[in-house]
Write a protein that binds this ligand. Structure first.
Ligand SMILES: [Cu+2]
Length: 157
């Protein structure tokens, strides 16, 4: 009985040391990795769009935008025209992760679906596209889309 007990103690010791040794070995063999910069803090890719122009043309410049899913963008919207315009792309807005909109001294966080830009204003929309697809863009001021103020936005996967 006494012999059996000491044998068990020996087993436990051997198993215990093996576990500890394995632990040290696996820690040492793990490759050293630099902490990756989170996507939400990566330097955004800047894309500029003008809503109308000084001459009052009812168009987006450019009227086709392309984004890649999983990258961080700063969409700079500018209105140098004499009237207000909308940047309306609701399905596109559903397919992205909106981080914030910077407009003047105000920063709006969270989901955004539509932006209204008064004459001579600008706004920065920071987001990460998620869902690939082809989305419609339009200005919802009455008559503007009909006059050609429409566009397309592509998200590639
Ligand atoms: Cu418009």
């Amino acid at each position: 009985m006494r012999l059996n007990l000491s044998r068990w103690m020996l087993y436990i010791l051997v198993i215990g040391w093996s576990v500890i040794a394995l632990g040290i070995f696996s820690v040492k063999s793990a490759p050293a990795m630099a902490a990756p910069v989170p996507l939400s803090k990566q330097t955004p890719i800047q894309v500029r769009v003008e809503l109308g122009n000084e001459q009052g043309d009812l168009k987006f410049f450019p009227d086709h935008l392309s984004f890649e899913a999983g990258k961080r963008y700063q969409l700079v919207l500018e209105n140098h025209s004499p009237t207000k315009h909308y940047f309306t792309a609701k399905d596109f807005a559903d397919g992205i992760w909106s981080q914030k909109v910077d407009a003047g001294n105000v920063e709006v966080k969270g989901a955004i679906h539509e932006l209204e830009l008064r004459s001579q204003t600008h706004a920065d929309w920071v987001f990460i596209p998620a869902r690939a697809g082809e989305y419609a863009l339009r200005c919802t001021v009455p008559g503007h889309a009909e006059a050609g103020m429409v566009g397309t936005i592509n998200i590639s996967g």
